[in-house]
Design a protein around this ligand. Structure first.
Ligand code: FAD
Length: 418
């Protein structure tokens, strides 16, 4: 396993529980044992969870050799040899790529004394130390990380400005009514929403390069004591350049629909998709996957048969469920991802849960509850067919709707309709 976090640990667990008794080596760039990332913008940032609570490992974890605190710097896919930054190398019968993603840096706002991204435990600890009552926090990027940091910073008493590409955070990600609803929640908690906004310049003070204000293209000046950059993530796959594996132009290890990393120069996803569509392929097994190499979690761009594209799923549950799939691949018992993609987000007292793929929907219906009650179920449709479901503070109904959505993948859409 290269990557000692959720996907790597889940793959190790899946291999062991499927009966694998061989040697497992888990290589990690961070010196920590696997920990959970979702709390980094939530409970851990607010200080209500301890470091111990973040740990992903239980007492009965699979036996493995851990090589932590040293990143892998190269892979030769033809012989499955991984070289580490400290000069050591590991050769294996199979390699699981699970190196996750990194926060995308902002060209005008590199991480500095009071500029942060939030991807690691160290990032969250550094940010938390600067979030005190009354401090002016400007968050650049109003996606899930940005909005969750805003909610946690409000709880810590900070004065929060959220800067987005749209007038309403998450409108593009979740559709207009839901985006508007969440914007209203942030405003009601005192968050200043600014957008669409382009940063033209940054004021700095002192020798230490402390940012004091952001200057927007429209002339607005936003004074800042602390800045968080949350403009997305990119797959941590730079170390795979020259490995012989195909990397997506926008990042990510290109894989077939069951997580097998594709070798450079083999049939691309489009031809795999065509072969599937015209029935000339058995499952997603067209093209030449590299022998014994799979990728899972945030670093992996799996071929999405339904949508005919590679898709890098950056969700906690996907990393866990797909680890079972890649373990099956390596043990010669391949299955398929059984469920629709799922993620959640906690903001204030709201639990937002989403299953399916919202992008590309052409209709959104609020089908249970209401926005005014702050508790509802929304369904997203494309050409009349359900493609995603979202619940806000509706765990039971959401769970039922999610199961129905999972079934639609198998029965052509009738389950949800019934
Ligand atoms: P990661 O957890 O990123 O782990 C990859 C590991 O590989 C890291 O430890 C990294 O240091 C290591 N690595 C990188 N390069 C190398 C290398 N060359 N050699 C060795 N090791 C390397 N999902 C949800 O569904 N709901 C949420 O509310 C939610 N909140 C989130 C909040 C935050 C702040 C973040 C960052 C993510 C959140 N997610 C959430 C997403 C979820 O945490 C990720 O999908 C999940 O962590 C992916 O696991 P992973 O193991 O693929 O990658």
């Amino acid at each position: 396993m290269v990557g000692a976090s959720l996907a790597g640990l889940s793959a190790a667990r899946a291999l062991r529980s499927a009966g694998f008794t061989g040697e497992l080596t888990i290589i990690g760039a961070e010196e920590h044992r696997p920990y959970d990332r979702p709390p980094l913008t939530k409970e851990y940032l607010r200080g209500s969870w301890s470091t111990a609570a973040l740990a992903l490992e239980a007492d009965d974890e699979p036996a493995a050799r851990w090589l932590l605190g040293t990143p892998a710097v190269s892979l030769d896919a033809s012989v499955r040899r991984v070289v580490l930054a400290d000069g050591r190398s590991v050769s294996a019968d199979a390699v699981v790529l699970a190196t996750g993603a990194d926060a995308v840096p902002h060209p005008l706002l590199p991480v500095g004394p009071n500029v942060h991204t939030v991807r690691t435990r160290a990032d969250a600890e550094r940010l938390r130390a600067q979030l005190r009552p009354g401090r002016r926090l400007v968050i650049v990027g109003a996606g899930f990380i940005g909005t969750e940091v805003a909610a946690s910073a409000v709880a810590l008493g900070a004065d929060v400005t959220l800067l987005g590409q749209d007038t309403v955070p998450l409108r593009r990600a979740l559709g207009e009514p839901v985006g508007d609803f969440l914007a209203g929640e942030h405003r009601a908690h005192g968050v200043r929403l600014v957008g669409p906004a382009r940063i033209a310049d940054v004021d700095r003070a002192g020798d230490e390069d402390v940012v004091t204000a952001l200057r927007l293209a429209d002339g607005t000046v936003l004074p800042a004591d602390v800045v968080v950059v949350a403009i997305g993530s990119r797959a941590a796959t730079g170390w795979l350049a020259g490995s012989g594996l195909r990397l997506a132009p926008e990042g990510g290890v290109q894989c077939d629909a069951i997580g097998r990393a594709l070798a450079e120069g083999t049939a691309d996803g489009a031809s795999i998709g065509r072969a599937l569509a015209d029935g000339t392929a058995d499952g997603a097994l067209t093209g030449r996957p590299a022998d014994g190499i799979v990728a899972v979690g945030d670093c992996a761009a799996w071929w999405d048969v339904g949508r005919g594209t590679y898709h890098r799923l950056e969700h906690w549950t996907g990393a866990v469920e797909r680890a079972d799939v890649v373990a099956g691949v390596l043990l010669g018992t391949p299955g398929r991802p059984a469920r629709a993609p799922y993620f959640w987000s906690d903001q204030y007292d709201l639990r937002v849960q989403v299953a399916g793929v919202v992008a590309g929907h052409d209709e959104l219906r609020i089908e249970e509850g209401s926005l005014a009650d702050r508790s509802f179920l929304a369904r997203y449709y494309r050409a009349g067919a359900p493609v995603a479901v979202l619940g806000v503070n509706q765990p039971r109904l959401f769970t039922r709707a999610r199961r129905a959505l999972d079934r639609t993948a198998d029965d052509g859409g009738t389950a949800l309709a019934s």
